[in-house]
Design a protein around this ligand. Sequence first.
Ligand code: 4AD
Ligand code: MG
Length: 460
Amino acid sequence: QTRTRIKEALAAEGARDRITVRGWARTVRRGKEVAFIALNDGSCFASLQVVLSPELEHYEAAVRCGTGACLEVEGALVASPAAGQRWEVHARQVRLLGSSDADYPLQKKRHSFDFLRSIAHLRPRANAFGAVFRVRSALSFAIHNFFRERGFLYVHTPIITANDCEGAGEMFRVTTLDASAPPHSEGNIDWSQDFFGDRTGLTVSGQLQGELFASAFSDVYTFGPTFRAENSNTSRHAAEFWMIEPEMAFADLAEDCALAEDFLRYLVTFALQECGEDLVFFNERIEKGLLDKLEALAAAEFQTMSYSEAVQRLEKAGRSFEFPVAWGADLQSEHERYLTEEVVGGPLFVTDYPTDIKAFYMRQNDDGKTVAAMDLLVPRVGEIIGGSQREERLDVLQGKMTACGIDPQHLWWYLDSRRWGSCPHAGFGLGFERLLMYVTGMENIRDVIPFPRTPGNARF
Ligand code: 4AD
Ligand code: MG
C-alpha cells in the first residue's frame, strides 16, 4: 500500500477509510481503554495521533515499542475529538519497523540545545530541529527561485583552490590523509603530500571565480559550502558554512545594495508563506516577536549609513563599548548590534569602509581612503551580508594587491579579466546560516546547520 505523508493526512479534505502512514513515535501513552502514539515523519511540525485498541493484533508489542520507534500504521483517518487536530488514525494494523527503548536519548521532555548538539545524529527528530531543517531546505529552493526569476546563471565554483580570496589567512590546507606520511613541521612542509604537489586549501569564497563568470554571463551566483580556519568560538562563526554569492556585471554599489535588499525581502516573504507552521513554533518558543519582525522586514525599506557616519553615531552613543570606537577600526559585533538594535531598529547597510580593513578586490573610492564596500547588518545577528563593487581598473588593482602583500603573479588569471574586456561589476556574499539564525530566531550557528564544524566539533 502507498504511504501517505503525515502532512498530507493532517490536511485531508475528508475522512478516509484506508490510509498507511510511517514514521517515528514521539510519544506513546496508554489511556484507560485505548493507547495513543504520536507519529511524526518530518513532513510537518505536527504529529499524527494514532489510536490503538486492545483488540489489535500485536497490541502489547506496539504499545511497548518505545519513544523513537519506527512504525507503519494502516487504518482509518477519522475526525479527532481531541483539541488542536482535525484528524487521527484508528489503527487496524501496526507493524514495528524498528523498536526503541528507554535508553533512547530523546525521551519526551525539554532538552537543552547544548545537550542536543551532543547528539547531532539524533536531533533532527526533535521538534525544534525538524522546524530548522525544513526552513533550511525551503529557503535553499527559494534562493534558486529568486535568481532564476532574474535570469542569473548558477555557477559551481571550486571547493579546492590555491587562492585565499579574502586574504585573511584563514584557509584550511588540503592534504592526503596518510598515516605513514612524515610529520610536517613549520619550516619544512612536505607539499608533495598536498594536492598532487600543489599548495591548495579549501575555498573561503567563490567570489573570484564568480567574477570571471560574470565577465562572460553578466549575472551569476554561486551557492555552496565555504570554509574558514577561524579558531573563534562564537555563536556566529563556523569553520564550514554555506554562502550565496551573486556577482553582477555593469552594477555599482547602489545596485548591489538594491539586489541584496530585494533578495532578503524575497527570502523572508517566502519563509512567511511556505513555513508558517514552523515559524509559529519559533515565534512562541525561540524568539518572541519573530513574526512581527519578519513581517516588518518584508514591508520596510532598509536604511543606509556610511562607515564614517556609523563611527560618529557610535562615538555619540553616550555609553562605553568593550572595543573602542575609532575611525579605521573594524566594527565589532557589539557596535553592529547597537547600530541596528538601538539606532535604526532594523536592517542597516553600512557602506564605504576604510580601505585598510577590507579585502584587496574592493573598488577604491575617489577620497583615496575608503572602498565601495557594504555590509548588511541586522538586529541580533549582526553582519549577515558582506559585499562590494569590485576594482575593475587593472593598474589600481595591481597596486592594491601589492599593498596587501599579494603577489600579482599568483592571481594572473584574475588579473586577465581586467586586461581584456574589463567592466564595472559588484557582488556580495550572504551567509546562509546567519540568514537562518535571523529567520528562525535560533541563537547559535551550531543549531542551524545539520552537522556543525566548529573547534572541537568534527564528529558525525
Ligand atoms: O564578509 P565575507 O567574508 O565576504 C566574502 O567572503 C566575500 N567574498 C563575499 C562576496 O562579496 N562575494 O563573508 C560573507 C558573509 C558574511 O557576511 C557572513 O554572513 C558569512 O559570510 N560568514 C560566516 N558565516 C558563518 N561563519 C563564518 N565563519 C563566516 N564568515 C563569514
Ligand atoms: Mg565580512
